[in-house]
Structure formats: C-alpha cells, structure tokens
Design a protein around this ligand. Structure first.
Ligand code: GDP
Ligand code: MN
Length: 362
C-alpha cells in the first residue's frame, strides 16, 4: 500500500524528521496564501516523478489561486488531482537521495544514499555510480545510530544526515514498510536539513499488526474477501487456492483462451464468498466466459453450487464452465443438475467445454 506524500510526512514528523511547513487543500476549497511568501504546490497523487509530469508548481501570494486551479485541472500520469499539499518553498543548497527497501537477492534491507539527489535514482546510477552508497542491514543486530553516521561519513556529507538515516530505518522497521524514500533530502542555505519529498510503501501482509485505518488508500479500497488480480483477457478464472487458480489459467491457455482475471476464493469459501466472486467478475464488461475450478477440501461443493445457481439465474447468457470435485460433491452435483448446469470433475474437460462454447461467440 502506498501512502500519499502528506501522510508520509506526518509520519516523518512523528519520528523527528523535519519537513517543510505546509497545509493541505482539497478541490473546491477557497484558500489564500497567508502563511508564507513563496510556496510549492504538490499534487497528492500516488505516482513517482510528479515534478517532470507537471505535478509540482511554484507559486507566490499573487498568483496562488491561479496556480492552484491550474494544478487541480491537471491529470498527472493519468491520476486526477483532488488534494494539493502547499509547502513553504525551501532555499535549497544541496539535494541528496536516501531510501531503504528490501534487496531480494541479498535478502536484507538495503540503505541507498547518494549525495546527488533530486533526480531519478536510475539517472544517478547511470551518471555517477560512484556516488551511490549501498549498505546492507544485518537484521540480527540492533540498528544503532552510529551506522547512520558512518554512511554519512562515507558519502562525505554532513554528519547530521546520519541521524536522518537512523530515523528512516526506524520507520522502515516499525511500520513494516517495503520502501521509505526521501528524494530530495535537502540542505537549505541556512544549513538545515529537511525531507522535501516523502515516499512510504507499506507491506499489505502486515495488516494484522499494523493500523492502516487512517490511510487514504486503505480507506478507498474495496475489502474483498479474496485475492483478485485483473488481467487482459476475456475469461474470468476463479479457483480455490493460488496453485489451483494458476493451473486453471494454464488450462484455459491450452485451449486458446486468455484470462480476464485471477481470482482465488481461498480455502473454506462459502456460498456468500463464491457469489461475491462471481458478481465481481461479472462487473467486468470484457468478461465473455467464466471458468470456475473448485477442489472441495474445507470448501463444500454444495455451497459453491448454490452460489453458481443463484448467479446464473440473473446472468443466463454468460458462457460458463465449472469443475467441481471433493467435499460434498454428490450434493453439489445434484444442485447443478437440478438447475441444468453442466459440470465436470476434470479440470481439462471443463476447460475444453468452455473453449467449445466460446468458439462460436468469440
Ligand atoms: P517528485 O517529482 O514526485 O519526486 O516530487 P518532489 O517532491 O521530489 O519535487 C520535485 C522537485 O521539485 C524536487 O526534486 C526539487 O528539486 C523541487 N522542489 C520541491 N520542493 C522544493 C522547494 O521547497 N524548493 C525548491 N527550490 N525546490 C523544490
Ligand atoms: Mn521526489
């Protein structure tokens, strides 16, 4: 889950990292610039490189309203702007780059620091690879403040940058983040240090021990009781268990079909969950057929069958094929037979039947 810049900066502040003075405005708010003479308007959209995409505007008291309107009317890399963070413009002397993420090859958190910040890290890596410092964290040892200071020393920058590195690591660890990035980390003309930008990505799998409730992306998200990933094809694939769902995708590929989604209703899915899953895929107008593959373990075939009957009643024209086997198979079969819905206990046969029925309509 990605946090907006203003949300990430609230966290920075809490951890003692200085951020510019600011206030947040929403589309439709009628506001003037009183607090500071010169301001930076920052579109709160969840994409990187807003500066280059026109999402960062500089303004003053005179042209404030105009610029605000201009930014609200823009789309930044396809995202609408409905909030703007108004910040006091900093007098920047130097810009650094700092991030912490997980290095999957090393299987360790990695701290990346560069004294050439402000631009894309890819650009720094290309032009000044010698200016990028990587430090792999040994998670078995405590992360102590001196480690931050050593990185700062190695980079040849102000030693107080080390304090920021220490605090950023604390955030990374305590919040179960997958990325914390400050680009640029700024030294101002009066030698103060500020996080001028803030990116935090949190690990969705840490929801059981973290409180996401205050974050926008979490609040806006549909809380579906299953894993759902939209894809490019036109056949919805529903299975129980990730492995079986992937195998179902392979099966329909073998018959020349392409999945419109991966939907894993999980182990123990009941009638309600199955209905929700079917409704979810039917919302997608691209979907021409549904392939549902359930191997009843904890999940009961009769529950799945009941859901199928209910949903197909309202959607009689959708091409549909079901493979159903396992717990309560007899009961499930009876429910489907009574409703005249063909089924199969073989994944291959069910896939083949769907391909045949679709061949005439695609
Ligand atoms: P991003 O493009 O999404 O990474 O957005 P940033 O918040 O990093 O802003 C883009 C660039 O605008 C930064 O790299 C800075 O060079 C510049 N910038 C942002 N805030 C200020 C500021 O307060 N003063 C000055 N002079 N430049 C700023
Ligand atoms: Mn930035």
């Amino acid at each position: 889950m990605k946090l907006h810049e203003y949300e990430a900066k609230k966290i920075f502040k809490k951890y003692g990292i200085d951020v510019p003075k600011s206030f947040l405005i929403k589309k439709g708010d009628d506001v003037e610039l009183k607090e500071f003479d010169e301001a930076v308007l920052k579109a709160q959209v969840l994409v990187g490189g807003r500066g280059k995409a026109g999402g960062i505007l500089f303004t003053n008291k005179e042209n404030f309203k105009e610029k605000v309107e201009e930014l609200f009317n823009k789309e930044i890399k396809g995202e609408k702007v409905d909030k703007i963070l108004v910040e006091e413009k900093l007098r920047i002397k130097k810009e650094y780059y700092l991030s912490i993420t997980i290095d999957r090859n090393e299987k360790k958190p990695v701290i990346i620091f560069s004294s050439e910040g402000g631009v894309d890290i890819e650009e720094i890596a290309e032009k000044h690879p010698e200016k990028i410092i990587k430090y792999y964290v040994d998670i078995k040892k405590p992360f102590l403040p001196y480690i931050g200071r050593e990185i700062a020393k190695k980079a040849g920058v102000e030693i107080k940058v080390g304090d920021i590195i220490y605090k950023v690591y604390k955030i990374f660890k305590e919040l179960d983040a997958t990325l914390v990035e400050i680009n640029p980390l700024v030294i101002t003309e009066d030698n103060k240090i500020y996080a001028a930008d803030a990116v935090i990505h949190l690990d969705d799998d840490s929801y059981f021990r973290q409180d996401f409730s205050e974050f926008e992306e979490y609040k806006n998200k549909e809380n579906l009781p299953f894993a759902y990933v939209e894809l490019d094809g036109d056949v919805a694939v529903i299975g129980n268990g990730a492995g079986l769902t992937l195998a179902s995708m392979d099966t329909i590929y073998d018959f020349g079909l392409k999945p419109a989604c991966f939907l894993d209703i999980g182990g123990g899915a009941d009638e309600e969950t199955t209905k929700l899953a079917l409704k979810k895929v039917l919302e997608n107008k691209k979907v021409k057929g549904i392939f549902i593959n359930v191997l009843g373990g904890i999940t009961r075939c009769d529950e799945v069958a009941k859901a199928i009957v209910e949903i197909l009643k309202d959607n009689p024209n959708i091409k549909f094929s079901v493979r159903l086997t396992g717990t309560n198979e007899e009961l499930g079969r009876k429910i489907l037979e009574e409703a005249n819905i063909p089924y199969s206990t073989s994944m291959y046969e069910a896939g083949k039947r769907l391909a045949e029925s679709l061949r005439f309509s695609l």
